[in-house]
Write a protein that binds this ligand. Sequence first.
Ligand SMILES: [Zn+2]
Length: 124
Amino acid sequence: MVFCRNCGGDLPSENSSFCPVCGKPQNNASAVTMAAQTKNAGTAIVIALIAGILGFNGIGHMYIGKIGKGIILLVTGWIILALTFVFIPFGIIYIIFWLWQAYDVNVKTKYYNDYIMNHGKTPW
Ligand SMILES: [Zn+2]
């Protein structure tokens, strides 16, 4: 019988990569594999800010694999930009939106990384 290093639960075999009870990786090789799949939050934020100021919001979300939300943010950004051309003060909304999507990608990247390390798979 083999037991989980983390929670002490029964493992199906000594070659199990993950604990079926708590989801923790059970050997160093899989932990390294998981670490390689994590994303750098700083990189995600820089991508989000640079692409966003050029009119392409949501690229940071696409970088961490949230394609659907990235596309929604991209189109939303274009709508706000179009409104700004009609009525300049909407530019303030665009700046807030631009900063928010960069902040949101930071939050989501941390969640994404934690999820991979704890569950051995990507959250989305
Ligand atoms: Zn466990």
